[in-house]
Design a protein around this ligand. Structure first.
Ligand code: PLP
Length: 487
């Protein structure tokens, strides 16, 4: 697709200007060819904003990403002769080809988010011509026939076995993401206990606090240990004055930043010690990432419906790996009735957060679960944990503060000083911490490549003796901190 075949005048907006501020008259073929909509741009430096300090917490600077409006791909009206010239098709093909290249490059340099980018769903490309929609309840077929419920329920049964609940006792569905699982799980808790108080550790994912706002629930933030797991002493202190109201608890099976696993058994024990019988609490387990990994970790505590939990959710695009965000939500059949209503128009039941539901996602999940099976996941989990230990050891050896929780593949380390470096490796940062989530797509070679760049970068950032790496003792403990004071 030669760039010279592109009709530049067709890239203008309605007023004749381009999204980069140039007029079409001044646009050259070179401009078009070098225009990479998704490349990491060095400038402008992203704005620094203040986070909302709560309960007297110190305000912290947050670095936001760049404003996409400065480089968006405009949608332009077709010209009357487009079909005969083929110019617009050629233009769009060239944009997509460049975009694909960017995706390849960005995939190669991705480390910070818990996404397994290693998958091959070529066999499913034949399905892209179908508008597959599972609107309504997965177990009650709607009148819309282009659905994939047979795959969806197969996937749900697989997870029911993993989390130990009988087929006849559970209800669940494939969600759009882990967030939707949390929104659904917490809503179930609220429907079961309309006057219940939501308890969640302060290191819970933001979607948990969003749920509290959306449902206007009273919410108690519970303190955490240095590992990031819920501090059950503080939990007890928060429960006791509220004993007159039922408790809805979000338990983290892997926190977002530190990959910490809340001690489910201790949470249940604390509830019992505070006088909460099983009919006065509802536990939602947020297993967005680790919900699928933990069952395969030796010595790890179990997430199981044999325990008094109400629901578990997991993201499908994280450890499984999937080209579109998705997730799984499972609960006890007895809880779902409180949330359901029959809808004549659907000839199905409404029990989900969304209306239309992605019918492709269940097929992708079904495909991978079939290919890998429990054994395949077990092997991948072991490799991830091994590689995470390798990364953590290399960081410490290089004098870089780092922490790895025992059951986790999330390596927390000193935030790189250069924001450009952070963006290049797509690191997720909070305060002085950055993390890498070691997923099946993260090889030792990739980690070595990253480590080399980090060590080189630090030799430049900290060349001047007056600029020192940050102290991470408050975040990861003094034993894991390599700052000048603690090393
Ligand atoms: C602990 C936890 N819960 C929920 C979520 C939300 O998952 P999703 O991005 O699939 O909505 C995340 C995302 O990272 C997470 O780490």
């Amino acid at each position: 697709m030669a760039g010279s075949a592109v009709d530049l005048t067709k890239m203008t907006s309605l007023d004749g200007s381009l999204s980069n501020g140039k007029s079409a008259d001044h646009l050259t073929v070179a401009d078009v060819e070098s225009f990479d909509p998704t490349a990491v741009v060095a400038e402008p430096v992203p704005p620094v904003v203040q986070s909302n300090g709560e309960n007297g917490e110190k305000m912290r600077e947050i670095v936001l990403g760049k404003n996409v409006h400065t480089m968006c791909l405009e949608v332009t009206e077709p010209d009357h002769d487009d079909e005969s010239t083929g110019d617009k098709d050629a233009y769009m093909a060239s944009v997509l080809a460049r975009y694909r290249k960017t995706l390849l490059e960005r995939t190669k340099h991705h480390l910070g988010y818990p996404y397994n980018l290693d998958f091959d769903y070529g066999a499913l490309s034949q399905l892209q011509h179908f508008s597959i929609n599972n609107l309504g309840d997965p177990f009650i077929e709607s009148n819309y026939g282009v659905h994939s419920r047979q795959f969806e329920v197969g996937v749900l049964d697989w997870f029911a076995r993993l989390w130990e609940i009988e087929k006849n006792d559970y209800w669940g569905y494939i969600t759009n993401c882990g967030t939707e699982g949390n929104l659904h799980g917490i809503l179930l808790g609220r429907e079961v206990f309309p006057d219940g108080i939501l308890y969640a550790s302060k290191e819970s994912h933001y979607s948990v606090f969003k749920a509290a706002r959306m449902y206007r629930m009273e919410c108690e933030k519970v303190g955490t240990l240095i590992t990031g797991e819920i501090d059950c002493k503080d939990f007890k202190a928060k429960l006791l004055p509220n004993k007159c109201k039922p408790a809805i608890i979000n338990v983290n099976i892997g926190t977002t930043v530190k990959g910490a696993v809340d001690d489910l058994d201790l949470v249940i024990q604390t509830l019992e010690e505070c006088g909460y019988s099983e009919d006065r609490f509802y536990i939602h387990c947020d297993g967005a990432l680790f919900g699928l990994m933990m069952p395969f970790v030796k010595k790890a505590p179990k997430v199981s419906f044999k325990k008094p939990i109400g629901s578990v959710s997991v993201s499908g695009h994280k450890f499984v790996g999937c080209p579109m965000p998705c997730g799984v939500q499972l609960t006890r059949l007895k809880h779902i009735n409180a949330l359901s209503s029959n809808v004549e128009y659907l000839a199905s039941r409404d029990a989900t957060i969304m209306g239309s539901r992605n019918g492709h996602a269940p097929i992708f999940l079904w495909y991978t679960l079939n290919k890998k099976g429990y054994k395949g996941f077990q092997k991948e989990v072991q490799r991830c944990l091994r590689n995470a230990h390798y990364l953590k050891d290399c960081l410490i050896e290089a004098g870089i503060s780092a922490m790895l929780n025992e059951l986790s593949s999330t390596v927390v380390f000193e935030r790189p000083r250069d924001e450009e470096f952070v963006r290049r490796w797509q690191l997720a940062c909070e305060g002085n911490m950055a993390h890498i989530v070691v997923m099946p797509s993260v090889s030792v070679e990739k980690l070595d490549y990253f480590l080399n760049e980090l060590v080189q970068g630090r030799s430049i950032w900290y060349k001047d003796e007056n600029v020192r790496p940050p102290c991470l003792a408050a975040d990861v403990g003094t034993v894991n901190c390599c700052c000048a004071l603690h090393k």
